[in-house]
Ligand binder design. Structure first.
Ligand SMILES: Nc1ccc2ncsc2c1
Length: 227
């Protein structure tokens, strides 16, 4: 649900596009203005209590929920991207990938009237999630990122599920950052591929990769290292 539905055209490309084509998931994009009734299709108004900017009115969201939940066998999970949300993470992506129906509410302006999330919580699970400590102009870009992170975890979407186990933040990596990867040519602009990777000694290669992952994590994300 967004006032900028065209943001979601890219979801028909590449990975998500293929998954849609294979019938592994369905995608609907809904223009919130469809649930306004005035001549200007108004979705925002000035904030009570004063302050800069505008706030998204609750009525269009309520009518949109009514329409989208009508006929659903079970309630969806409402995901609301917001800088004030709980940090989105790979574990949360896995959780969401197992849900049968996700609704993403893309806010704009200074945000959505708080009563929208309060009302939604009476009829579905609500997850207010942040992509990181920075602010975008709205929830659309965050939703694109979360949809890609979630959809790639749905069985059958990724050709080789093994590639999910060794990437950064995956369980297979004990939540360490991913080790460096190399391919042909063996030497490029004076830079050589580490010898160990040519050894064919799988145990040594695995050990070297783990050492690299630990070192990279220690340098860039010490917070991820076990105590
Ligand atoms: N509605 C809204 C506005 C800004 C923003 N930045 C990251 S997620 C998000 C969501």
């Amino acid at each position: 649900m967004s006032i900028f539905p065209d943001y979601f055209a890219p979801l028909h490309l590449s990975l998500v596009g293929k998954a849609l084509g294979k019938g592994l998931l369905e995608l609907g994009v809904h223009d919130l203005r469809q649930w306004t009734h005035d001549r200007h299709n108004t979705v925002d108004d000035t904030p009570y209590g004063g302050g800069a900017g505008m706030v998204m009115k609750p009525e269009p969201w309520g009518e949109c929920f009514d329409a989208l939940l009508d006929g659903l066998e079970e309630p969806p999970v409402l995901v609301v991207p917001t800088p004030s949300g709980i940090p989105f993470s790979q574990p949360i992506a896995y959780e969401l990938s197992e849900k049968s129906h996700l609704l993403f509410a893309c806010g704009r302006y200074e945000g959505i009237d708080r009563r929208v999330m309060e009302h939604a919580a009476t009829r579905m699970e609500v997850r207010e999630l942040s992509l990181g400590d920075y602010v975008l102009n709205g929830g659309e870009v965050a939703t694109l990122a979360m949809v890609e992170a979630v959809v790639r975890l749905i069985p059958g979407v990724i050709g080789n599920p093994e590639s999910l186990t060794e990437e950064s933040h995956s369980d297979g990596q004990d939540q360490l950052l991913e080790y460096p990867v190399y391919t042909k040519p063996p030497s490029w602009r004076g830079l050589d591929v580490p010898e160990v990777l040519f050894s064919g000694h799988h145990a040594r290669i695995a050990e070297w990769r783990r050492e690299q992952a630990v070192e990279l994590t220690r340098l860039r994300r010490p917070d991820l290292l076990p105590e």
